[in-house]
Ligand binder design. Structure first.
Ligand SMILES: [Zn+2]
Length: 314
């Protein structure tokens, strides 16, 4: 079906460009090449980004098409089309917006978890973006579009962990400063950098199917506990890991149909052990496999399940 609204045309034109940074001029050319009938002066990327007075309904919601990253520069949102709903979807919060479909109540993981409707899951994934603080969105988008699939240069890893990963994972400044100083203290000389290099190499060569093994290696990085290590694994190997933390435990405790229900209730959510993490990651793996099977997809990963669970926290 041909896209009807200007917003839908943007989604169509940019859905394969998630993460790319484009200039206003690039955006105009792409739109006009794809939809020559659109008036050139109506192509205003910020209307589908942070927004202004007469912006599109998508502005400043998780449905937006762009993030403004500089003067006349915009990053295309990841997951447009496939992962981001169109105008026919209800807006987060169940208010309906321009939507006509039924909405699953916001934060109701019990209804999402056993849903076999992909729209429910995609919408829940979209809610993730509405719950990321505005000040963290740029970093979050950047981390989601990074290629972290290779071990690479250790100096790059050092700065990635210190300047990107730790600030992203530890949004609470009280924890962040402690983690940062432990990390910096441990890896502040040549010998330290060598130790970090060894850990990163081990991480990439470990058997990712064994949760406890990879987690144990990631936890050797000074400053990272179970939650911090799992978050790093989820970014590096999203097909194998999801982040485990108190939010995931609390969300899963609200799912009565899980066979691990008793184990979940018994967990100390604020101080998870490696064996708790194994249980949690296995649940996320099982769920993503199950969703891929019923939706004939390969797009669902444990990482996306953790994003849904985090978005569903009360
Ligand atoms: Zn729009």
């Amino acid at each position: 079906m041909a896209p009807k609204t200007l917003h839908d045309k943007y989604v169509e034109a940019f859905k394969h460009k998630g993460g790319q940074v484009l200039s206003t001029k690039d955006i105009k050319s792409i739109m006009l090449w794809r939809f020559p009938e659109v008036a050139s002066n109506s192509i205003l990327p910020n209307d589908h980004g942070a927004g202004n007075k007469s912006a599109c309904w998508c502005a400043d919601t998780c449905y937006r098409v762009f993030d403004r990253v500089g003067r006349g520069k915009y990053r295309v949102m990841s997951g447009l089309g496939g992962g981001t709903p169109g105008t026919h979807w209800p807006k987060p919060g169940g208010k309906g917006g321009q939507g006509t479909g039924k909405s699953v109540p916001y934060s109701d993981i019990t209804k999402i978890w056993d849903s076999d409707c992909e729209t429910d899951w995609l919408q829940a994934l979209c809610w993730y973006w509405t719950r990321v603080k505005k000040s963290n969105r740029d970093l979050e988008q950047e981390l989601n579009s990074l290629d972290l699939s290779k071990a690479g240069d250790i100096k790059d890893w050092y700065s990635f962990l210190l300047c990107k990963y730790i600030p992203w994972k530890y949004t609470d400044s009280r924890y962040r400063s402690g983690v940062t100083s432990r990390f910096e203290g441990e890896y502040n000389d040549v010998a330290g950098i060598k130790r970090l290099d060894k850990i990163i190499c081990q991480l990439f060569s470990s058997d990712h199917s064994v949760v406890a093994c990879a987690l144990g290696i990631a936890m050797q990085i000074k400053g990272l506990g179970v939650a911090g290590a799992s978050g790093l694994l989820a970014l590096l190997f999203p097909g194998y890991f999801g982040t485990v933390d108190q939010y995931v435990v609390k969300a899963l405790c609200n799912v009565p149909t899980l066979p691990e229900s008793d184990k979940l209730q018994a967990m100390n959510a604020k101080s998870l052990s490696i064996s708790d993490a194994v249980v949690l990651v296995e649940i996320m793996r099982r769920k993503s496999e199950c969703l891929n099977k019923i939706f004939h997809s390969t797009a669902w990963t444990p990482r996306k399940i953790d994003m849904v669970l985090w978005a569903m926290r009360k």
